[in-house]
Design a protein around this ligand. Structure first.
Ligand SMILES: Cc1cc2nc3c(=O)[nH]c(=O)nc-3n(C[C@H](O)[C@H](O)[C@H](O)COP(=O)(O)OP(=O)(O)OC[C@H]3O[C@@H](n4cnc5c(N)ncnc54)[C@H](O)[C@@H]3O)c2cc1C
Length: 483
């Protein structure tokens, strides 16, 4: 280790940083983790955990309300209003529970020293935190990202929300403008609508959720609008102000016609900005752009002893991708034989209701890449027995294969899509053609039918494409004709 205080200092104690520190400690290295706020980072405090808790409550309310209405028992308005107003308390208590497993003591027990404060590089082996100097042979940068707030005219004069202060609200507002129809804006828009907030989503592009498979995205968007979320696409937010204690947003359509949307509050969900400021990365020779820290395929930065991972690097800003990168960055920082990142099997899920899970190419992307020789296998949730028992009206799977039945993409809109998709993800990652899944025994009755049935269809297609099967059917066909 030479004369350094540590083998590795990890900067940032979010998902990526915690994985990195744990792995390095597991390898028997002397490790420190530096965090400027609380360990746990965005996922625990302002991202996955609070948003998924909010979504769970919102969905429970929605389905209970539907049941009451369907069975002629009213709409439970007063009860649900009560639940809606206490939802943020539940959100905060769940994130506290998650944080219990991420407290500094948990890491200290594993031999990881935790330091709180802003880290600033002196050179590529030395940082200062609150005036204290720490040195390390290697660093892993995992400082994450935050909400990107564009310079919309008037934005600094209004009390806007981002994912960082939304979950601190004591009561839900009656109405909200959500700027941005990406995954974060859409998940929150649906949950808040279900909790009784009048939500208007403002999206500049032609559609919300532009990275999703068009067919599934459109089904979901219709459902969202049907539940009462107002969606303004091809609409630009041009000016924010306040009127009679409310937020007034001037919007403009593509023909430059202006209009106004008024609501109690506004949530900015317009993308992410990498946390690179204040680290004095220049002193360490680490190059970055406003999009994040530059790395090579081994996640090494332009300084040879410094690696980076997670949202501060991208391109896929999800907790599971941050964890994947953290393992590779840490391993490469500390061990010989560098491993490269491979994003072929990127995956994500939008935790709306129904969930929309995504791995690999969409149908449109696959057609562009492979031409019309691709095969698209699909199965509707309502055509499965579990879908029937559970009354699933909406949802389907689409599994896209190349000419050799290799899975190049899969998209599932439906209950538990984020769980169900893993069978396809495993097959895709392991290079198994879709028809092989036909030989897997699946539990009955489960939503896994939306994978099993397409696998059966692929198996039949594969059999029919075999030379001996074609020959046999030709022969049998001739015999039949003769007989
Ligand atoms: C509303 C919302 C919902 C989301 N839901 C999901 C989901 O369901 N599934 C999913 O996979 N992903 C989800 N994400 C994305 C996920 O939260 C991020 O991809 C993940 O948290 C990135 O982890 P990270 O460790 O790279 O960064 P972070 O979790 O942001 O951690 C970075 C840490 O570094 C610290 N830091 C920053 N600068 C310094 C400095 N100079 N010195 C010391 N410390 C510093 C920060 O305080 C922070 O704790 C969601 C995000 C949002 C906003």
């Amino acid at each position: 280790m030479g004369t350094y205080d540590y083998d590795l200092i990890v900067i940032g104690g979010g998902g990526a940083g915690m994985v990195s520190a744990n792995l390095a400690a597991g390898l028997g290295k002397k490790v420190a983790m530096v965090e400027k706020r609380q360990l746990g980072g965005e996922c625990t405090f302002y991202g996955c955990v609070p948003s998924k808790t909010l979504i769970k409550v919102a969905n429970t309310v929605h389905h209970a309300r539907e049941l009451l209405e369907k069975t002629g028992h009213g709409n439970g308005a007063s009860v649900f209003r009560e639940i809606g107003s206490s939802v943020m308390e539940r959100v905060r208590s769940v994130r506290q529970k998650v944080y219990e497993g991420e407290r500094p003591e948990v890491f200290e027990k594993r031999g990881i020293n935790v330091h709180f404060g802003d880290a600033t590089f002196v050179d590529n082996h030395q940082i200062t935190i609150n005036g204290k100097k720490l040195t390390a042979a290697h660093f892993v940068l995992a400082t994450g990202s935050r909400a990107f707030v564009p310079p919309i005219d008037g934005i600094d004069g209004v009390p806007y929300l981002t994912n960082e202060n939304l979950f601190d609200l004591e009561r839900l507002p009656a109405s909200m403008i959500v700027l941005g129809g990406g995954p974060i804006g859409t998940e929150l828009a649906q949950a808040l609508t279900r909790l009784g907030v009048q939500v208007t989503v403002v999206e500049m592009l032609d559609q919300i959720l532009i990275r999703e498979d068009v067919e599934l995205r459109d089904i979901f968007a219709r459902r969202l609008a049907g539940e009462g979320t107002k969606i303004l696409t091809k609409t630009k937010a041009v000016r924010l102000g306040q009127e009679n204690g409310k937020i007034a947003l001037v919007v403009e359509d593509q023909a430059k016609n202006q209009g106004q949307v008024v609501a109690d509050t506004v949530l900015v969900a317009l993308g992410r900005k990498a946390n690179v400021e204040g680290l004095q990365l220049e002193n360490a020779g680490v190059t970055y752009t406003p999009k994040g820290i530059k790395t090579d395929e081994t996640l090494r930065t332009t300084a040879s002893n410094i690696y980076a991972c997670g949202d501060v690097v991208g391109p896929y800003q999800f907790s599971h991708m941050a964890e994947y990168q953290a393992r590779i960055a840490t391993r490469n920082a500390l061990l010989p034989l560098a491993k490269r990142v491979d994003y072929t099997h990127y995956i994500w899920c939008m935790f709306t209701d129904p969930e929309l899970a995504h791995t690999g190419l969409t149908e449109e992307e696959a057609r562009e890449q492979y031409g019309d020789g691709i095969k698209v296998y699909r199965w509707e949730y309502k055509a499965t027995d579990r879908g029937r028992t559970d009354g699933e009206e909406v949802g389907l799977s689409k599994i896209i294969c190349d000419g050799k039945f290799r899975i190049v993409g899969a998209h599932i809109l439906g209950s538990r899509a984020g769980d169900v998709i893993h069978e396809i993800q495993a097959a895709k990652t392991l290079g198994l053609p879709l028809y092989k899944l036909d030989s897997v025994i699946h539990i009955y009755p489960t939503f896994s039918d939306v994978i099993k049935q397409p696998a059966k269809l692929a198996y039949i297609d594969w059999l029919r494409s075999r030379f001996y099967v074609r020959l046999a059917s030709m022969f049998l066909g001739r015999n039949k004709a003769q007989g």
